[in-house]
Ligand binder design. Sequence first.
Ligand code: ZN
Ligand code: ZN
Length: 166
Amino acid sequence: MRLSLAKIIDCPGASASFETTLDLRDMEFGAIRPVQSPVSAKGIVRNTAGVLTMTGHVDTTLDCICDRCAKPFTEDISYPIDAVLVTEVQQEDFLDENCFLLQGNDADLDEIVTTTFVLNMDSKMLCRPDCKGLCPTCGKDLNDGACDCRPEPDPRLAALQKFFEK
Ligand SMILES: [Zn+2]
Ligand SMILES: [Zn+2]
């Protein structure tokens, strides 16, 4: 969706609110597509002394798979939108990740919301911060208690032991 800012672009002090919903079901993170619920975004664009700033938040429920124990879980997320909208790029390096170029008088809401979303996604998905994961030997979920496997000997110690046996 495009958000027309024609009414506020030349009016310091003016503002325009927005609300949109996005379908990001095809977006892949790792090997899964966690964004099966609609993504909603809500906020306001303000003209502060000629500078256009966009603030708001992006909300959805993620369908995740734990990176450690492979258990599916859902997580409600709310990421902040904090962007600057510019009509032209002054310097090459001025366009950082929170800075978006207007197309005419319009802001490309889909691009801004998608970028905000991706930048805020955790690269690791854990069912809980202290998930113990699965035993690499027997595959038991260690959150349910310890297994009977002996810990693997440290390969460095094994090499050392072999060396002194000679
Ligand atoms: Zn887990
Ligand atoms: Zn085990």
